[in-house]
Ligand binder design. Structure first.
Ligand SMILES: Cc1cc2nc3c(=O)[nH]c(=O)nc-3n(C[C@H](O)[C@H](O)[C@H](O)COP(=O)(O)OP(=O)(O)OC[C@H]3O[C@@H](n4cnc5c(N)ncnc54)[C@H](O)[C@@H]3O)c2cc1C
Length: 358
């Protein structure tokens, strides 16, 4: 019997169109590689609901991020290129004003601020934004800002769709088969698979041995007329000004009960934090919940599967997807195409010993 199935061949299959998948696809596009992405276009993925902030300094200990200068530089150039390509604005460079919650925080900062590396990113006596409760003062982090991640993901996936590089459907792993030379999925063949499926990797039999430690997060969209914050503000909760008196306020960090449902508990927690920050009334307009693909050592996971050939992972972006994804996407691309080493902190090899051998 005649087989009239047309087989399309691509160099890359990209599974997942969040920050990881889209920024890897951007590398492929720039370097003229043929590829096809699969993503079901769900509305509440981590990448779509994220506040999108990037901050060179993180955590209670106010540590400077790993490779911060390289990450910030790659983030800025990548989004500049994307903005030109798609003719839209995605990135907003804005200082982050950190308000001390109590005297101890102010004192801890006092002992930290003489550190030469830390000093490069901070201003220590800024004027606090008006209409905020800030009796203990604040400091400001420069070189921060936020990316409108939903706008970016929607614009980029639309672009891929128009260029026949995206199928808006979930890929079923049972139908992805490795042949002698290639990977095959339905009527398409590929040299290589890049798996960017976010937290759903825990349901993926090729990847569920990796030490993910997922973290659910909830956010509110609030309406707060009169606030007019010119900067990102943080005090137990952060506020990102979206314009038109609307702010994203987040977030919660929940390490148990991992699901995508928002809760009354999450909402009340965030409202309480907002009440200790804002001198103005506000209204909750919407609530979101998502799951951050966080790992046990809090670092991303990139590189080749220990046994399955031509199968790569780009995951574990955790709480810092925006800052890390552009740099890591290029690093993974150059690892595959130019055999450059991955940084050991994010190389999947650190977990090869976890791979079940039986
Ligand atoms: C409340 C909250 C606030 C956050 N705020 C920030 C912030 O301010 N700054 C920051 O840097 N980070 C933030 N993050 C984290 C950030 O969202 C993540 O680091 C990042 O978005 C993860 O991107 P990803 O592409 O790995 O995963 P995802 O965004 O989850 O994308 C994975 C994609 O793969 C698709 N997929 C899964 N399985 C399949 C399959 N079988 N076939 C096809 N497609 C599939 C999914 O549908 C999804 O579209 C926040 C997260 C949350 C939850």
């Amino acid at each position: 019997m005649e087989n009239n199935l047309t087989i399309n061949h691509y160099q890359y299959l990209v599974i997942g169109g969040g920050l990881a998948g889209c920024l890897f696809a951007f590398q492929l596009y720039k370097n003229n590689k043929s590829f096809l992405m699969f993503d079901p276009n769900h509305n509440h993925t981590s990448s779509k609901i994220a506040a999108g902030m990037f901050n060179p300094i993180s955590g209670k200990r106010m540590s400077i991020n790993w490779k911060v200068n390289e990450l910030l530089a790659e983030l800025a150039t990548t989004f500049k290129e994307l903005e030109q390509q798609l003719n839209r604005c995605f990135i907003i460079h804005e200082p982050i004003q950190q308000i001390f919650g109590n005297n101890k925080e102010a004192n801890d900062f006092g002992s930290r601020k003489e550190d030469e590396n830390f000093k490069k990113f901070i201003t220590d006596t800024p004027l606090c934004e008006p209409n905020l409760i800030a009796p203990n003062g604040c400091f400001e982090v420069g070189q921060g800002g936020w990316v409108d991640t939903r706008k970016f993901i929607e614009s980029y996936t639309n672009f891929l769709l128009q260029n026949n590089k995206l199928l808006q459907e979930e890929l079923t792993y049972e139908q992805l088969v490795q042949t002698e030379k290639n990977w095959q999925y339905k009527s398409n063949t590929f040299n290589c698979v890049i798996c960017c499926d976010g937290y759903q990797a825990i349901h993926n039999s090729l990847l569920n041995w990796l030490p993910f430690k997922l973290c659910k997060g909830e956010l509110l969209l609030i309406h707060c007329p009169g606030l007019n914050a010119k900067k990102i503000v943080k005090k137990g909760v952060y506020l990102v000004n979206l314009g038109n008196d609307l702010y994203k306020a987040g977030a919660t960090y929940e390490w148990d009960n991992i699901n995508e449902n928002y809760t009354e508990k999450g909402k009340l927690f965030l409202i309480e934090k907002l009440e200790s920050l804002l001198n103005l009334p506000f209204k909750v307009v919407e609530q979101y919940a998502g799951v951050r693909p966080t790992t046990r050592d809090r670092n991303a996971i990139l590189g080749a599967h220990p046994q399955v050939k031509n199968f790569y992972i780009f995951n574990g972006l955790g709480t810092k997807g925006v800052l890390q994804a552009p740099f890591l996407a290029r690093q993974l691309f150059e690892h595959i195409e130019l055999q450059k080493d991955l940084d050991k902190e994010i190389d999947i090899k650190r977990f090869y010993s976890c791979y079940p051998t039986t």
